[in-house]
Design a protein around this ligand. Structure first.
Ligand SMILES: Nc1ncnc2c1ncn2[C@@H]1O[C@H](COP(=O)(O)OP(=O)(O)OP(=O)(O)O)[C@@H](O)[C@H]1O
Ligand SMILES: [Mg+2]
Length: 224
């Protein structure tokens, strides 16, 4: 069974003098435990695609299945999808500035329930996997860019999502650092056995994926 199976996704945005057709019938699949990289020029619609796959936005046409079940345009179902089916690493980390790294990891739990002792332990465990144990009590403002992104990666796994959607997770970092952090991300996703959809400009990062897809002119096609 496919973790994610999207068919015929169409998405346009209004712009001056007409519509901007960003996705023009995109099919996308991610199998269980599979890592898929999506590359493509700036403005091609990569973040738009991730937003649809993560139920943050709704397509003009097309349908998305998870484990064979369709995502329906109902508030409860989309909320459940965002909380339990997917985990997000955004292009910008969106950590809460007044919360420590550890507390930021508990945010996705708190929207569901009061964190238990096991949840705090899981947060510490994920921070350790991202080599952040000694930074756990620091706020984002006290962390380097790479450390902030590692917290964001750890947070994406917190609710045990079936698939993590990562949008240029290390885009603002230099190559050596980015490559080191990619090691940590791939190791964590191996351990967690989740799917991974990773948008990246970095060919080295894309090469680590099981498949590479390129988004151009509103279409997705397989590169490797
Ligand atoms: N909410 C919106 N309203 C209007 N236009 C939008 C909206 N979101 C995205 N767009 C436009 O859709 C196009 C695709 O945007 P998107 O953010 O998906 O690109 P991207 O491939 O992620 O680019 P980048 O690599 O620069 O992050 C862009 O031209 C963008 O300006
Ligand atoms: Mg983007």
């Amino acid at each position: 069974m496919l973790l994610l199976d999207a068919k015929g996704l169409v998405k346009s945005f209004p712009k001056a003098g007409g519509n901007l057709d960003v996705l023009r019938g995109v099919d996308f699949q991610c199998g269980s435990g599979e890592a898929v990289a999506v590359i493509g020029p700036s403005g091609a619609g990569k973040s738009t695609l991730l937003n649809l796959l993560g139920a943050l936005d709704w397509p003009d046409a097309g349908i998305i299945h998870h484990d064979g079940r369709p995502l329906r345009r109902q508030r409860r179902e989309m909320t459940h999808w965002r909380r339990h089916v997917v985990g997000f690493v955004f292009q910008y980390h969106f950590l809460l500035p007044d919360f420590t790294a550890r507390e930021n990891l508990l945010v996705p739990v708190r929207v569901v329930k009061e964190p238990s002792r096991a949840d705090w332990q899981r947060a510490d465990d994920l921070l350790a996997a991202m080599e952040l144990t000694d930074r756990a009590d620091h706020r984002p403002g006290e962390l380097s860019g790479g450390e902030q992104q590692r917290v964001a990666v750890a947070r994406a796994f917190m609710n045990r999502p079936r698939v993590v959607l990562a949008d240029e997770p290390f885009g603002n970092l230099d190559r050596t650092k980015g490559s080191r952090l990619s090691d940590l991300l791939f190791a964590l996703r191996d351990r967690e056995q989740s799917g991974l959809v990773i948008v990246t400009h970095d060919p080295d990062l894309a090469r680590r994926a099981d498949r590479v897809l390129e988004l151009t002119d509103g279409q997705l096609r397989r590169v490797t």
